[in-house]
Design a protein around this ligand. Sequence first.
Ligand code: NDP
Ligand code: 2IT
Length: 451
Amino acid sequence: MSSFKSAYLQGVYDTVCKRNAGEPEFLQAVKEVLESFEPVVERRPDLVEAGIIDRIVEPERFIQFRVSWVDDQGKVQVNRGFRVQFNSAIGPYKGGLRLHPSVCASVIKFLGFEQIFKNSLTGLPMGGGKGGSDFDPKGKSDGEIMRFCQSFMTELYRHIGPDTDVPAGDIGVGAREIGYLFGQYKRLANEFTGVLTGKGLTYGGSLVRTQATGYGLLYFTREMLANMKKETLEGKTVVISGSGNVAIYATEKAQQLGAKVVALSDSNGYIYDPAGIKLDVVKQIKEVERARIKEYVSRVSGAEYHEGCKGIWTIKCDVALPCATQNELDGEAAQTLIKNGVIAVAEGANMPSTPDAVEAFQKAGVLFGPAKAANAGGVATSGLEMCQNSMRYSWSFEEVDKKLEDIMTNIFHNAYNASKEFGDEGNLVMGANIAGFLKVADAMKWQGVAY
Ligand code: NDP
Ligand code: 2IT
């Protein structure tokens, strides 16, 4: 099925399809990026000649390993661990670890591939990587989580290091898991270094890292609305999917900026609170009790719970922020949002909108902030944590927050300017892909072909 104007890009994509058959998420992510490169191929024959695009779609290293651990009943359990070290042209590999039963090579590779461009967009020196396991943290005791994390790190530690590869959190990995992983790394390496980010504040973590992805998403959305529609978030109705780390702090910042967040979800269903989400109740349920979002309706009168997470996109809103997982917002959901008058969509999750959905938003003139740009605040603040660890120093909340705000504002403008320069002004998917790519491409070109 031919979809590229450039025969060269079609050839690259065909090779990727052949090499990675049966990996739909990875192929989806690669196709979207390659589609953005048509004008790059025309204007930068030097990059084509250096084989940069042929190389960037192939991971530098892919590690898969067994993780065995003992559950609370004394039974041996076996999971699969992964780390993809995708690209180190501009800095050590950097990217989160995901613990979810759906984790497989395809998911890890799509995330690692996206991370290359996202990390480049932050302006900080970080390469692209990602990892995780098909371990399901739901319903596990603290002891089981700890033993799993220790076993996972017992293999991973030989592949990572503060100047080699620096993992962090993602779905199913928060401060608790990072603590267990860090403790085991320190024991094995006999070194106290900033080898992971998202650490606790007492042992090298950065202020604002917990809030960073959600806050950054709103800083980006604010800038996009102001520059492309002369609009603000004040008084806007916002729907946010998910109820994890990204969704919670997106809600917090949206509320601080004067918006009304009316819905959140988890993989079972969604809550609708027309009076506006009470975030202290959500934090208690999700961060303290680790319970289901359904609980909210038994604590807040006037709120509704609906089974099934996809229904959240039928709620009328001005701004939609998908913050749960990949492909959670499809073409049909996009049409419903458009019909209901949505003016902006920005992705807190990685690749939450299907290609059909992205196309529908762009055709309808809905502002669309792609994940690589819009959710880069998390990894940007991880970069700031690495910087503080290297200095053995820490900045105040206000200092880190201000740097995050500046980084997100710059990402918007860099993506916007690249879209203009390469002939499709306002197409931030294309702009983010190209702006992220060019820096990595030049670094690869100058470093030669050896890997
Ligand atoms: P959390 O584990 O804190 O929360 C994940 C949320 O998404 C939960 O509400 C979860 O519901 C929901 N979810 C997960 N999988 C599915 C699924 N298959 N279907 C429906 N809902 C699902 O993760 P984060 O908030 O950290 O991550 C959310 C997204 O943001 C991910 O795409 C992640 O890659 C991305 N991201 C995260 C960053 C970070 O710093 N943490 C940085 C940049 C991007 P349930 O409890 O039912 O599973
Ligand atoms: O998808 C992402 O950018 C993350 N999960 C954060 C990665 C990081 O290294 O902080």
